[in-house]
Ligand binder design. Structure first.
Ligand code: F6P
Length: 477
């Protein structure tokens, strides 16, 4: 089913990564007469990890074509060395990615359902599930074709939960790892899924030699689901591991001091403005995808509560909220994005003055501006309903210029490592979050600086390259 733009060695790759979203994406440039393809390279833990094993390592990244530009690249045979893009039929990909992965599995692991009315597992769900199986099979087949004898394969995330077992059947000689970047649901919530689907998902991952997670809590939840759905014991002998991805301090500190970030800081300072006494206004910063699980709306409501409970903060604080569009093919994400904007506008019209905009909201993705906000932050608000890790919580203390108080949800994976030096909140508790924001804004400078130092050390304990290498070594062991 899948056609390819492959530059893999005919001898087979020794290390393979498989993920839905790859390290590069293509855009057809209508402004360029010949319809040239523009390649955009992404960052993140896997990119750093793969570069750490060196260019001689004969590595291959297998990913899906996501956009029209990607599909065009595959058709034209355009590709990056070390990347194989699978042109899975668009309707199959949409069912697997939007239908199953993002609308069912993401919702289960992040507990996002409004259960009186959803989920509904009907014939349409079964039809989409068949696409999810086909999509996983396309990956398993491509990996089986490309891997050298005894190669190591690390398969990423909930999109590809079935691929490990499928690949094991095709190539029993391989060392197969699976890594979950999300939380894992507790058995009660996981068992919202039909029993056969729950068993297939677990059995798919148990096809791997090793199943790894971002925190012990998610690893334990996976084991508990196996016991609850499949019976006691991990039947296949799959090993369970934990690798808490950290922030990339060297990259962030260098990138955050480039001129484009300095320009954005100037612009942001102008938007934030000065307090009535002429002093600097305090900033409460958040940077997220407009993602249901990030809890942006409750963050805004907590900020409004702070302005009600502590009117002394009016004109003296600004909530800088960057909410970048995500998964906009799904109506529920479009509605959520609109709700974020509506609540921000409501706060601005209720409390704003000619000289003060209480919420500075930006929705256009701009990495340099995100880093500028990180540097300026007095308080970082990271209050997800649930999150696999949350790298923003780890990045802000590393980049912050003057030290920053972290208000952190106890449901974020990062809580395991950062909980002690953050002010932690129950993400549903608006009153409690408002109280934590006040406490953060009034924390003495010395304490804030000390906590930031410890947060930055904990946040960078396992940099992305080491995180990836550790997984490979553990798979070899
Ligand atoms: O595991 C979560 C994750 O897949 C991340 O790796 C990624 O940053 C995020 O979700 C966004 O996902 P998408 O590829 O759907 O935009």
């Amino acid at each position: 089913m899948a056609s390819t733009a492959s530059t893999a060695s005919t001898h087979g790759a020794e290390v393979l990564v498989a993920s839905n979203r790859g390290p590069v994406s293509y855009e057809v440039r209508p402004d360029v007469g010949d319809g040239s393809l523009h390649a955009k390279r992404g960052g993140g833990g896997l990119v750093s990890g793969l570069s750490a094993i060196g260019s001689d390592a004969n590595a291959l990244w297998v990913c899906a074509a996501l956009s029209d530009g990607d599909r065009e690249a595959v058709r034209r045979g355009v590709g990056e060395p070390g990347v194989r893009m699978l042109d899975i039929p668009a309707d199959v990909h949409a069912d697997a990615y939007n239908g199953i992965a993002n609308s069912v599995l993401w919702f289960v692991h992040h507990m996002l359902y409004q259960t009186p009315l959803e989920p509904v597992f009907d014939a349409e769900f079964r039809r989409q599930w068949a696409s999810y199986e086909a999509y996983n099979r396309a990956f398993a087949q491509a990996l089986a074709e490309e891997a050298a004898e005894g190669a190591s394969v690390v398969i990423q995330d909930y999109h590809l939960a079935l691929a490990p077992r499928m690949l094991r059947h095709l190539r029993p000689d391989l060392r197969i790892g699976h890594f979950s970047h999300t939380p894992w649901a507790s058995p009660d919530y996981f068992r919202l899924l039909p029993d056969d689907i729950a068993a297939e998902l677990l059995g798919g991952i148990l096809g791997a030699d090793r199943a790894a997670f971002l925190t012990q809590r998610w690893a334990d939840a996976f084991t508990a689901c196996c016991h609850s759905v499949l019976g006691p014991g991990i039947p296949s002998g799959t090993r369970i591991g934990v690798h808490g991805l950290g922030a990339d301090a060297d990259f962030l500190r260098e990138r955050a001091h480039r001129p484009d970030v300095a320009e954005r800081m100037t612009a942001l300072r102008a938007e934030i403005g000065a307090a009535p006494d002429g002093g600097a206004r305090k900033t409460i910063v958040r940077v997220d995808r407009t993602e249901l699980s990030k809890n942006i709306v409750r963050g805004l409501l907590a900020y409004r509560q702070l302005l009600d409970d502590h009117p002394e903060w009016r004109e003296r604080v600004v909530h800088v909220a960057f909410a970048y569009p995500s998964r906009q093919d799904l109506a529920v994400y479009r509605d959520y994005t609109a709700e974020v904007q509506r609540v921000a506008e409501e706060i601005n019209s209720a409390y704003g003055t000619p000289d003060w905009t209480p919420v500075v909201l930006h929705v256009k993705d701009d990495f340099a501006r995100s880093l500028a906000a990180y540097r300026l932050a007095d308080v970082a608000l990271v209050n997800p309903i649930r999150d696999g890790m949350n790298l923003v919580a780890k990045e802000i203390p590393v980049v912050s210029d003057a030290g920053c108080v972290l208000v952190l949800s106890r449901e974020a994976g990062a809580y395991e490592e950062l909980g002690e030096d953050a002010l932690t909140v129950n993400p549903y508790d608006i009153t409690g979050t408002a109280r934590a924001l006040h406490q953060a804004l009034t924390m003495p400078d010395g304490e804030r600086a000390e906590r930031t130092k410890r947060l930055a050390a904990a946040a960078t304990a396992l940099p992305p390259a080491q995180w990836f290498l550790d997984q490979l070594h553990a798979l070899d062991a």
